[in-house]
Design a protein around this ligand. Structure first.
Ligand code: HEC
Ligand code: HEC
Ligand code: HEC
Ligand code: HEC
Ligand code: HEC
Ligand code: HEC
Ligand code: HEC
Length: 369
């Protein structure tokens, strides 16, 4: 990725700030967001069991204590999640990666039991498969497969990972492009590089859907996906399910939800890139994102009804909260220390439509102002 910097300095600089680039890392003080200082570094389980996040000689550990005595010491090897919402961590043992018992939940700024782990003890044996790396990294070093009876175990090389999602996960292998342009510095037109805008819409959204259409069984390694490829050759096809949208979780199903939206069905040109700049961090800039709605929906609210009198500026600032409200994920819920009920992660739905209840809330906010 560094090799792109010389010729695409702006893209490169912006890209370093994105959730894509930061989505995995070798775990260290910088990438792991939670606190290692007492009393905020402890997660309590029943029966005097606790997990303490501790630093020893510059390395980070999750240490499991029973009645004050250390029973197990597990290193943070790899962190998953940019720290936008949640982070989870892996440790390496016997050529495998396992998920650490404790994760970090950003909205609550607290350590939590890892998603869907039992509440009564620290679980330390959840195997992490290569599919996680397929969506959260650029490459991971595999050492083969161990076959025991019918059971296959993926084996990895320790910390051999190209962390983060780099340029080539979206643009495909770029060595020929770099070599050509290094040798022909005067050449202004791109060589050996797929022009994204020349791809059809399905090809363009498939580029994003390889990671944004949820966990599906793989036919072949997703690391080999290149722009222009059909996702159906990599994952078992997922037909759109009109009328069944409620069964799709907001987590990770942006592709299916968007496909079920009128904007997608009726426009024929809407892609993920109509709203998202893949090289920039634009999180929480809802007014900027709403401007992209106006590319197709003119600078006035098209609806009448009780919105007819609403201030145009107000509407423009709030398109997103009325038509793409935050919804609780049913899949990603996290248990905080000492709590009994897990807290859901709130995710922006990509099923763009009319949400009367969400709209009413926003309108009431307007009345108060
Ligand atoms: C030696 C210079 C050079 C290097 C290094 C380089 N590029 Fe390019 N690239 C160019 C030129 C010249 C163009 C054409 C003008 C433009 O679009 O900026 C281009 C265009 C592109 C395009 C747009 C293609 C199109 O037609 O829309 C992409 C995508 C791209 N490069 C990706 C990369 C990636 C990824 C890397 C690093 C792996 C990289 N480039 C490294 C010179 C370079
Ligand atoms: C290789 C897998 C992969 C590909 C390809 C991919 N994404 Fe993502 N994307 C992710 C992951 C993983 C996250 C969550 C990152 C995190 O916060 O740790 C994410 C997060 C995002 C976010 C949220 C960013 C934020 O700051 O809140 C947006 C928007 C997004 N992706 C859009 C896209 C678009 C558009 C494309 C296609 C041009 C795309 N993604 C392609 C894996 C991918
Ligand atoms: C099919 C692609 C895919 C696979 C496989 C996948 N993820 Fe994700 N993951 C995503 C995307 C996309 C997001 C961002 C989703 C969103 O906000 O809706 C995400 C979000 C996350 C986050 C929260 C990041 C943040 O700050 O928002 C964590 C932690 C995470 N994944 C861990 C894992 C682990 C561990 C595995 C393996 C068990 C895994 N993921 C497998 C695509 C994937
Ligand atoms: C998440 C997927 C994704 C990643 C990662 C990504 N790009 Fe892109 N890139 C795209 C898409 C999609 C387009 C086309 C945008 C459009 O048509 O509006 C694009 C367009 C480009 C272009 C041509 C237009 C422009 O914006 O200048 C260049 C050059 C480029 N990318 C370079 C890079 C480099 C260098 C990196 C890594 C630092 C990178 N890209 C990482 C998805 C990605
Ligand atoms: C590429 C063009 C395009 C973009 C960008 C776009 N839309 Fe649409 N949208 C359409 C088309 C076409 C329709 C169907 C005809 C209509 O109702 O105007 C539609 C329909 C809608 C509907 C009616 C849905 C229904 O179920 O009745 C809403 C609400 C909507 N869009 C909101 C938005 C919002 C909010 C954004 C920005 C986040 C947005 N659109 C971005 C093209 C677009
Ligand atoms: C009509 C505009 C629009 C389109 C098209 C669109 N998005 Fe989004 N997306 C948004 C908005 C608005 C947000 C909320 C941004 C925020 O809260 O910072 C968002 C947020 C996201 C997030 C973060 C969700 C969360 O809450 O964690 C992901 C991931 C994402 N988009 C991926 C995609 C992918 C993949 C596609 C294509 C399949 C896509 N988006 C198409 C407007 C759009
Ligand atoms: C306060 C909430 C709210 C805001 C803000 C808002 N809308 Fe709406 N929108 C609605 C409601 C409610 C409807 C249903 C029509 C009605 O009953 O007035 C609607 C209808 C629509 C429709 C469908 C119109 C039709 O004829 O079927 C579109 C398209 C749309 N909105 C786009 C947008 C865009 C683009 C923005 C930002 C510029 C926006 N909306 C801002 C609540 C909102």
């Amino acid at each position: 990725m560094e090799s792109c910097q010389g010729c695409h300095a702006d893209v490169y600089r912006d890209y370093l700030q994105t959730a894509h680039f930061l989505t995995s890392a070798i775990a260290d003080q910088q990438s792991v967001k939670g606190s290692f200082n007492a009393p905020n570094n402890v997660f309590h389980f029943p029966n005097q069991v606790e997990v303490r996040m501790e630093e020893k000689a510059g390395r980070l550990f999750q240490n499991i204590y029973q009645a004050g005595r250390e029973k197990e010491s597990l290193p943070f090897d790899i962190s998953f999640g940019s720290g936008r919402k949640a982070q989870t961590f892996l440790y390496w043992k016997n050529q495998q990666y396992f998920q650490l018992p404790i994760s970090y939940f950003v909205p609550a700024a607290s350590w939590v039991n890892s998603p869907n782990f039992p509440a009564d003890h620290p679980k330390i044996d959840r195997v992490i498969p290569s599919t996680c790396f397929g969506c959260h990294s650029s490459q991971v070093g595999m050492a083969g497969v161990r076959q025991e009876g019918f059971e296959q175990t993926e084996l990895f090389n320790h910390n051999q990972i190209i962390a983060g999602i780099d340029c080539q996960r979206c643009h495909g292998p770029a060595a020929a492009h770099v070599n050509f342009h290094t040798e022909h510095p005067g050449e202004k037109a791109a060589h050996f590089m797929q022009k994204i805008s020349a791809l059809n819409r399905t090809q363009q959204v498939d580029m994003c859907a390889q990671c944004h259409s949820g966990l599906k069984p793989l036919k072949k390694s997703i690391f080999n996906f290149q722009p222009g490829d059909s996702l159906n050759n990599f994952r078992i096809p997922i037909p759109p399910m009109p009328g069944k949208q409620n069964e799709m979780d907001v987590h990770g199903n942006q592709f299916q939800l968007l496909q079920a939206s009128q904007c997608y069905i009726a426009s024929r040109e809407l892609t993920c890139n109509s709203c998202h700049d893949p090289h920039k961090k634009e999180r929480d800039q809802l007014a900027l994102l709403a401007n992209r709605c106006l590319d197709c929906h003119k600078n006035e609210h098209p609806a009448g009804g009780n919105l007819a009198g609403a201030d145009k500026n107000f509407l423009v600032k709030n398109c997103i909260d009325c038509h793409m409200p935050l919804e609780a994920s049913r899949v990603i819920t996290l248990l905080e220390s000492g709590e009994e009920k897990p807290t859901p992660d709130y995710i922006r739905t990509h099923l763009i439509k009319i949400y009367p209840a969400a709209s009413e809330k926003i309108l009431q906010k307007l009345m108060k102002q």
